[in-house]
Design a protein around this ligand. Structure first.
Ligand SMILES: [Zn+2]
Length: 240
């Protein structure tokens, strides 16, 4: 059956001399793998539009005998800004990796698609900073059903404001008070505790130091949930 849908390019691999294998997050069919015959050379059908992070209108044929669809045509929906900064590239790699690793094949989600679309629009217009990346990670985890608990101790339920020292535990998926602290729990700074009492309310505001702490915490939690390392994070830490 022939299908047409909006999609985001998550990954691409060269195949043979001129073909491509593309992983897409499509609006209607969720994450799909597509085979683009002559994808590296066909100007007429693809016009070199399979750039990682690109938002495309694609047409494809579903294969009854294979999970992989046959891509027939791709047209860019949005144009990139003229120049990407190193930060933009790193942010793009990080959100694409999160999407690729968290999405199951064929799982369509309008909400997750909208979240990705908004983030990519911000990145491609160079208006996506460290706090936006944090907000994206937080929202993405919530949409994937792994909302970290920041408002009270996950074990005794004492509210966040009640004690001075707090710890975050990835296996428990949230904060614990000092009495319930587990061995792997890492201590939170007073700034992050203060921020968590306001989380979900705009504006989401934090300085570089706090951003780095929260990024470490949320990424570590995502890695724990996934059971694997997020490589784009390590790469961007080495680059920037
Ligand atoms: Zn407790």
């Amino acid at each position: 059956m022939k299908c047409k849908t909006e999609s985001i390019v998550l990954r691409k691999f060269p195949y043979g001399e001129s073909d491509l294998i593309i992983t897409l997050f499509s609006k209607t069919h969720g994450k799909i793998k597509g085979f683009a015959k002559s994808g590296r050379v066909s100007k007429k059908r693809f016009n070199n539009s399979f750039q990682v992070g690109a938002q495309l209108q694609v047409m494809f044929n579903e294969n009854p005998r294979s999970q992989m669809v046959s891509l027939l045509e791709a047209i860019p929906i949005k144009k990139y800004s003229s120049a990407f900064t190193l930060d933009s590239i790193a942010n793009m790699m990080r959100i694409l990796e999160l999407a690729d690793k968290f999405l199951a094949e064929g799982e369509a989600s309008v909400e997750k698609y909208a979240l990705m679309e908004k983030a990519l629009d911000g990145i491609t217009s160079n208006q996506f900073g460290k706090t936006d990346l944090l907000k994206f990670q937080f929202d993405w985890l919530i949409k994937c059903g792994f909302s970290p608990c920041f408002d009270s101790c996950v074990l005794c339920r004492i509210p966040l404001k009640s004690k001075a020292e707090w710890f975050f535990s990835s296996p428990l998926g949230g904060v614990t008070c000092s009495s319930c602290r587990t061995q792997e729990g890492s201590q939170l700074s007073s700034e992050s505790v203060k921020l968590f009492t306001h989380i979900g309310r705009e504006p989401f505001d934090c300085d570089d130091h706090l951003c780095a702490e929260l990024d470490h915490l949320l990424s570590g939690y995502a890695e724990y949930v996934l059971g694997q390392e997020l490589k784009a994070r390590r790469l961007s830490n080495e680059l920037i």
